[in-house]
Design a protein around this ligand. Structure first.
Ligand code: RFL
Ligand code: PHB
Length: 392
């Protein structure tokens, strides 16, 4: 049995950052993670960090490698009808985004934990949450060596992603669920080839959406819209490259640099929110509470914004005895969550080929894209959301 102030379920960006922020405030926490350290450090996912995310990581002293290896981008391109239209993010907002892989942030946070002697338990199983309505909730689990263990805490943070145990531990009827599925998925590839363009390209094409991104000067990250439920067996490397060439082509002869594909996966797309993000002394954060389609590049950034609020609320609750910020935690987060939900939905419907869309809807989509890239006001609104609205 271990006594700790906060039991954190999940060592993704949300759980690790929360644990570190709590440590900086003098609050003791234990992180429980189902997977191995190697697995979480290698999981390729998000790549775009908003300016507020970058500022926060830098301010708490875990930004050195991000500053050295991350790639600041001052614009991005929308490509449609064979032409590029650049949105000058920095000119419009004074801010930029930084391309730095989520797994690099995870590695940096794990290193910071190891350096400070903070506790993360990897490869735990059978995590069960108990007594959430009381001031002494408990977490039981089996550790990596097969021992039955128990954490007694003052609060539990459910940072265990969309498929975790925290959200389902809340009794039925306590949460309002908002769920929206899209008629497409993303096939993502990581290729050992230099990026074909210096910035991100979001391409709208009749054959389906494509995205050109990167991880480093030697590694390109690319995505293709595919039907939901699609199997990777249908996507040999040659078909992936052929589809990328077609969807990213321009009138002036752009071609994608091809190279060995190191990894491929298919991600379904959905929008999902639960309200409130709290039940008794259980606080949900990140993907455990909400999912956005990846088109807006918001998921990890939202997880980081949530735990910034949560660290502050837990400090008030556990150090000062003030329950107000904890009671307001959910509303405070949901304000940003719904803005990101709308932005991600808007980017998704503007850029994807919807199999159910008629000719009228396709014309509307093109009109919206043209307006977005031509109007300084429309581009400015997009840029403001993309680089990240300031934390409240
Ligand atoms: P995570 O990262 O899913 O971490 C949850 C952790 O909990 C563990 N876990 C458990 N541990 C113990 N017991 C259990 N029962 C457990 N069940 C689960 C898991 O092993 C895991 O380690 O959630 P977190 O921390 O909330 O972070 C959210 C982000 O990972 C996610 O929103 C982003 O990856 C979304 N996303 C993007 N976000 C961005 O901000 N910018 C992007 O450019 C971006 N691109 C993307 C993305 C997500 C993608 N996929 C694969 C879903 C691109 C893609 C393709
Ligand atoms: C990525 O680089 O993985 C990436 C970039 C932009 C997105 C989603 C993912 O919208």
């Amino acid at each position: 049995m271990t006594d700790t102030q906060v039991g954190i379920i999940g060592a993704g960006p949300a759980g690790l950052l929360l644990s570190y922020l709590l440590h900086l405030q003098g609050i003791d926490a234990v992180v429980l993670e189902a997977r191995s350290r190697e697995y979480v450090e290698k999981r390729v996912r998000a790549g775009v960090c908003e300016q507020p995310t970058v500022d926060l990581l830098r301010n708490i002293g875990v930004g050195a490698r991000m500053d050295a290896e991350g790639m600041p981008h001052h614009g991005l391109s929308f490509r449609f009808e064979g032409e590029d239209h650049r949105i000058p993010l920095t000119e419009l907002t004074g801010k930029c985004i930084t391309v730095y892989g989520q797994q690099e942030i995870v590695k940096d946070l794990i290193t910071a934990h190891v350096d400070k002697g903070l506790r993360i338990e990897f490869e735990v199983s059978d995590v069960v949450l108990h007594d959430l309505e009381t001031e002494r909730p408990r977490v039981t689990y089996t550790d990596a060596d097969g021992n039955a263990c128990e954490l007694i805490c003052a609060a539990v943070a459910g940072c265990d992603g969309f498929h975790g145990v925290s959200r389902p531990s809340i009794p039925e009827g306590q949460l309002k669920v908002y769920d929206h599925e899209y008629p497409f998925a993303w096939l993502g590839v990581l290729a050992k080839t230099p990026p074909s363009h210096e910035e991100l390209i979001y391409a709208r094409h009749e054959r389906g959406f494509a995205l050109h991104s990167m991880r480093s000067p030697e590694l390109t990250r690319l995505y293709l819209q595919v039907p939901p439920g699609e199997s990777l067996d249908n996507w040999p490397d040659e078909r992936i490259w052929s589809e990328l060439q077609q969807r990213l082509e321009t009138k002036d002869g752009f071609t994608v640099r091809e190279g060995p594909i190191l990894e491929k996966n298919i991600t379904p797309m959905r929008s999902f929110v639960v309200e409130p993000m709290q039940y008794g002394r259980l606080f949900l954060a990140g993907d455990a509470a909400h999912i956005v389609p990846p088109t807006g590049a918001k998921g990890m950034n939202l997880a980081i914004a949530d735990v910034r609020n949560l660290a502050w609320a837990l400090k008030a609750l556990l150090q000062v005895g003030d329950p107000e910020p904890a009671a307001a935690y959910s509303d405070r987060c949901l304000d940003r969550v719904w803005r990101a939900e709308h932005f991600s939905w808007y980017m998704t419907q503007m850029l994807h080929a919807d199999p159910g869309a008629d000719a009228f809807q396709q014309r509307l989509q093109l009109s919206q894209l043209r307006y977005t890239v031509r109007s300084k006001a429309a581009a400015g609104s997009l840029a403001e959301n993309y680089v990240g609205l300031p934390f409240r």
